[in-house]
Design a binder for this molecule. Structure first.
Ligand SMILES: C[S@@+](CC[C@H](N)C(=O)[O-])C[C@H]1O[C@@H](n2cnc3c(N)ncnc32)[C@H](O)[C@@H]1O
Length: 276
C-alpha cells in the first residue's frame, strides 16, 4: 500500500464524524510527520510502522478519544500548545476572549493580567507572548493540567508569565500586584449535564467542565473574591456557556461602570465583560 492509499483509507475510516479528510490530514502531518502533501507520496510504499500507527490512531478515535489528545498538541491563536489527558483542549471560541483582552490592553503599558483557571495556558501564555511588556499570572489547581501549563510555559520560554498552583476559591492573593485585567474561561457546565456531553468531551477532565449545580460556582467566586483585586477602571472578561450571560451579569455588582455581553460566531452569548 502506498502512503497516499493509506491516507485515503484513513480519511474513509474516520468519516463517521464528518471530518475524515481533516482528521487524516492532521494524522499525516502531526503524527506521521509527513513534510509535504499526501499525494506527493503516491508512489511511496507505506512502512509497517506507519500502517500500525495509523491503525492504532483509528482505533483510539473510534473509542471517542479526541484527535487533539492523540496528536499531543493543538493550535490556539496561531501558537501551538501541548495538550493531552487531564487538560482542556483550547477551543476556537476562546480566541474571541483573548481578542477582547488584547484589545483592552492596547492602550495600557506593562499591563498586569490574571488568567484564572488557566489549564493549558492558552489564554495567558498567548497574551504574554504577544505583549512582552505585560506580566501574566496563570492560576491552575489540578496536577495534570498544571503540568501541561508548565510544559507550555517552557515551550515559549517566557520571562513575563508566572504559574501559580492554587485553588482560586481560597488562594491568598495579597502578595500579588493588582490586575489591570482578569480573564477566565472557568468550568461552567451544570453538574447534571456532564453525563449528557458528547463522547470526545467526556475524555476531558470533569474538573475543567463542572461549574456546580447551576454552572455558576466559579463566577460567584470571581464576583465575590477576585473583583477586589482589579485596579480602578480595570477590566474583567469571562467566557460563559450558551444562555448563561444574564445569570453571570447578575452576580456582579450594579456599581460597575460597564457590563457587556459579546456573542460568538454561532451567535451564542459567549463572553461577559465588566469594567470596575
Ligand atoms: C474550562 S478549563 C479552561 C482552560 C483554559 N483556560 C482554556 O480556555 O482552554 C478550566 C480550568 O480550570 C481548572 N480549575 C478547576 N477548578 C479550579 C480551581 N478551584 N482553581 C483553579 N483552577 C481550577 C481546571 O483544572 C481547568 O484547567
Amino acid at each position: 500500500m502506498t502512503v497516499f492509499e493509506l491516507y485515503k483509507k484513513t480519511s474513509q475510516a474516520l468519516s463517521f464524524g464528518g471530518c475524515g479528510e481533516f482528521e487524516a490530514k492532521v494524522i499525516f502531518e502531526d503524527i506521521l510527520n509527513l513534510e509535504t502533501k499526501p499525494y506527493d507520496y503516491a508512489s511511496v510504499t507505506a512502512s509497517d510502522e506507519q500502517i500500525e500507527l495509523v491503525k492504532e490512531v483509528i482505533e483510539r478515535r473510534k473509542k471517542g478519544e479526541p484527535l487533539q489528545y492523540i496528536a499531543g498538541k493543538w493550535d490556539f491563536y496561531g501558537l501551538t500548545f501541548y495538550v493531552g489527558d487531564g487538560v482542556l483542549i483550547p477551543r476556537p471560541e476562546t480566541e474571541n476572549l483573548l481578542e477582547c483582552v488584547l484589545k483592552e490592553i492596547e492602550h495600557i503599558s506593562n499591563p498586569i493580567i490574571f488568567d484564572l483557571c488557566s489549564g493549558s495556558g492558552c489564554l495567558g501564555i498567548t497574551a504574554a507572548f504577544l505583549r512582552p511588556d505585560s506580566k501574566v499570572y496563570l492560576f491552575e489547581k489540578e496536577d495534570k493540567a498544571y503540568s501541561y501549563l508548565l510544559k507550555n510555559l517552557e515551550r515559549f520560554n517566557l520571562k513575563n508569565a508566572f504559574p501559580v498552583k492554587c485553588d482560586i476559591f481560597d488562594f491568598d492573593f495579597s502578595d500579588l500586584p493588582d490586575a489591570d485585567v482578569i480573564v477566565s474561561n472557568p468550568p461552567y457546565i451544570k453538574s447534571d449535564e456532564i453525563p449528557l456531553l458528547q463522547a470526545e468531551v467526556k475524555f476531558e477532565p470533569i474538573s475543567a467542565l463542572d461549574g456546580g449545580k447551576d454552572g455558576l460556582n466559579f463566577y460567584r467566586c470571581i464576583a465575590s473574591r477576585w473583583i477586589s483585586k482589579v485596579k480602578n477602571k480595570g477590566f474583567v472578561a469571562l467566557e460563559c456557556g450558551d444562555g448563561q450571560s444574564s445569570d453571570v451579569l447578575s452576580l456582579f455588582s450594579n456599581n460597575l461602570s460597564e457590563k457587556k455581553v459579546i456573542f460568538d460566531f454561532n451567535n451564542i452569548d459567549r463572553i461577559v465583560v465588566f469594567r470596575i
